[in-house]
Design a protein around this ligand. Sequence first.
Ligand SMILES: [Zn+2]
Length: 97
Amino acid sequence: MLDGVEYYSCVCGSPDHTLRFILDLDPEWPTIYTEIMMSHYQPWYKRVWIGIKYMFGMDTSDHFGCWEIKHEDADKMINMLTKLKNVNKINKEKLNE
Ligand SMILES: [Zn+2]
């Protein structure tokens, strides 16, 4: 049961730095999924090489990006986390009945 999808842009304004949070209030497995858009600024053969290095456990540490939440989005994110927390609390109460 999806309860909402929210997008969060980075303070830098880059469209590559947009996160999508999906709140799923399924009583069996309530969770929040996070999706990140992968950038395609490298040519295809470099992306394949990065993928091969990743598959064989080689160093890919230089391919991390950064995302910084906007302060005005904090309440929106807290609201989503509170919904998840409340579903977990209700499920625990049901288990104890
Ligand atoms: Zn950014």
